[in-house]
Design a protein around this ligand. Structure first.
Ligand code: ZN
Ligand code: ZN
Length: 298
C-alpha cells in the first residue's frame, strides 16, 4: 500500500464528506496505516524471499491462482498479533456498540489462530474467511462479534498475503500481463472476485485500459475494457454503465448475461488522485444503491 497516495486521496475526499463518511474514511486511513506497518514488520522478520517464476505465466494465463503454486506462509502467533491490533482499531474507531465491542475485545486470537486453517488462508484468503464465517465453533466463540470478527480476519489475511502477492505479480512476465492474451477474470493471485474496476489508467493499454482490483490480497491486474468482471461476457449489448447524478466518476457496470454488477471508477471524471484502496472504500456505498431503479443509464 502506498500510504502517501492513500493520504492524498483521503484528504481530498474529506473536504466535502458528510460526517458519517468522514468517520469511515478516517477509520480506513488508520486501518491502512496499521496494515502497512504490520506488512513491513512481517517482511523484516521473514526477509525478502525471491520467487521462482517457473510456471507462473502459464498459471496466470490459464486463470490458476498463483498462491496455489506459491502459498503465503502465515504463522499463528504473528497472525494472532495482527488480529489483535486490527481488532483494537475497530473497537476504538469503528463506532461499534458496547455489546459488539465487548465481544470483539474478548476474543482469544491466539487460541483461534492455533486452531485455524492458516494454510488455507495462505492459498485462498476469501475461502478461508468464508469457511470461518460458516464454522460452528467459530460462530459460537465470536458470538455477537461474528460479523466484525470476520472483517478483522479479512483485513488480517490481506496483511499477511500482500507481500507475497506483490512478489508473485512481479514474477509474472510483462507479456503475460499486458500482451495480447485474454485477461484473468478473477484475481490472478488469490482467485477472488474483483471488488473494484478502474478505467483509464494511463499505465494501462494506451489510455484505454482497465484494471481490476482485488481487495482480498491487494492485487491489480489488466483487464479488457468491454467485459463483465463476473461472467466474462464481452457482448457490448449486455453491458451498461449507470451512475448517480453529479458523480460520473463512480459508476456501476451491470451485465444482462449474468445479472451482476461491478463498481467502476473512471479516472477522467475523478477529481481526486486515483487510489484503488480508497476508491474501494468510497464506492462501498454504491452497493447500497445498486438495486435502486433510479439509476441513470448512459
Ligand atoms: Zn486477490
Ligand atoms: Zn456478466
Amino acid at each position: 500500500m502506498d500510504l502517501k497516495r492513500i493520504d492524498r486521496a483521503i484528504q481530498a475526499y474529506l473536504k466535502d464528506a458528510e460526517p458519517s463518511d468522514a468517520a469511515r474514511l478516517e477509520f480506513f486511513r488508520g486501518l491502512f496505516a496499521l496494515q502497512q506497518e504490520r506488512c513491513d514488520e512481517l517482511e523484516g522478520a521473514a526477509g525478502a524471499v525471491l520467487v521462482e517464476s517457473e510456471g507462473f505465466d502459464e498459471a496466470y494465463l490459464s486463470g490458476r491462482p498463483l498462491l496455489q503454486l506459491y502459498p503465503a506462509t502465515i504463522e499463528a502467533p504473528a497472525f494472532a498479533e495482527t488480529c489483535r491490533r486490527i481488532s483494537t482499531h475497530l473497537i476504538g474507531r469503528a463506532g461499534l456498540s458496547d455489546e459488539v465491542s465487548g465481544a470483539l475485545g474478548g476474543i482469544d486470537w491466539d487460541g483461534f489462530s492455533r486452531a485455524a486453517d492458516l494454510a488455507l488462508a495462505g492459498v485462498d484468503p476469501c475461502g478461508f474467511v468464508e469457511a470461518v464465517r460458516c464454522d460452528g465453533a467459530a460462530r459460537e466463540s465470536f458470538g455477537r462479534a461474528l460479523d466484525v470478527a470476520v472483517l478483522v480476519l479479512a483485513f488480517a489475511v490481506r496483511t499477511h498475503v500482500q507481500n507475497t502477492a506483490e512478489r508473485l505479480m512481479d514474477a509474472v512476465s510483462t507479456d503475460a500481463k499486458e500482451g495480447n492474451h485474454a485477461r484473468p477474470l478473477r484475481c490472478p493471485v488469490c482467485g477472488g472476485a474483483a471488488s473494484l474496476s478502474h478505467v483509464g489508467a494511463p499505465e494501462a493499454l494506451q489510455g484505454a485500459g482497465r484494471l481490476q482490483f482485488c481487495s482480498a490480497c491487494g492485487t491489480a491486474w489488466h483487464f479488457e475494457r468491454i467485459r463483465c468482471g463476473s461472467c466474462g461476457s464481452q457482448d457490448q449489448g449486455d453491458l451498461h454503465y449507470h451512475h448517480l447524478d453529479g458523480d460520473a466518476a463512480h459508476r456501476l457496470q451491470t451485465c444482462d448475461a449474468c445479472g451482476s454488477y461491478q463498481r467502476v471508477a473512471f479516472q477522467d471524471d475523478l477529481q481526486v488522485a486515483m487510489c484503488l484502496d480508497v476508491e474501494d472504500v468510497v464506492m462501498a456505498k454504491l452497493d447500497r444503491v445498486a438495486l435502486d431503479p433510479r439509476f441513470h443509464r448512459d
